[in-house]
Design a protein around this ligand. Structure first.
Ligand code: ATP
Length: 134
């Protein structure tokens, strides 16, 4: 297990991933960051984006909603509002969510723009992850 790092991705909906991996790349509020075993302690917020998880020659891609990551030398805990592995993303559902958010944003009044924008961003990020076929 030398040089491996434990990764736990947890959401209010359940544990999405719990694995010993080689390398993690996530989308922090300040930009993408990478973690290998031995990384210094760090706590950072996450924004809507993707996460790459490499184990040997295999790389998994995940959608990760807002949340935070706690990094220590042998463990990374990601607590996010929602997250899915790319293969679990329902593209039809994401397209519907995108349509709903765009329709809301077209209305000029009585809408919560921040909320509609966040919904749009979640949907477009899910769609682009799936369409990259990663
Ligand atoms: P929707 O409006 O379709 O619910 P959302 O972006 O508001 O989308 P979230 O709040 O991010 O949804 O997630 C709620 C739950 O639904 C989580 O468990 C999340 O993993 C799951 N989920 C949301 N959209 C998808 C999708 N397109 N494919 C698979 N799971 C999804």
């Amino acid at each position: 297990m030398e040089n491996k790092i434990r990764l736990e991705v947890v959401t209010p909906h359940g544990v999405v991933l719990s694995e010993d991996v080689d390398e993690i790349t996530a989308t922090g509020s300040e930009g993408e960051f990478g973690v290998l075993a031995g990384h210094a302690n760090l706590i950072t917020t996450l924004k809507i984006g993707s996460m790459q998880v490499r184990s040997g020659s295999k790389t998994d891609y995940l959608f990760v909603n807002t949340g935070y990551a706690e990094v220590s030398p042998d463990k990374v805990i990601v607590l996010a509002d929602s997250a899915e592995k790319v293969e679990d993303i329902d593209i039809e559902r994401a397209m519907e969510a995108k349509k709903r958010a765009e329709e809301r944003l077209r209305q000029q009044e009585n809408i919560d723009f921040a909320r509609a924008n966040a919904a749009l961003q979640r949907a477009t990020t899910r769609i682009s992850l799936v369409s990259k076929k990663v």
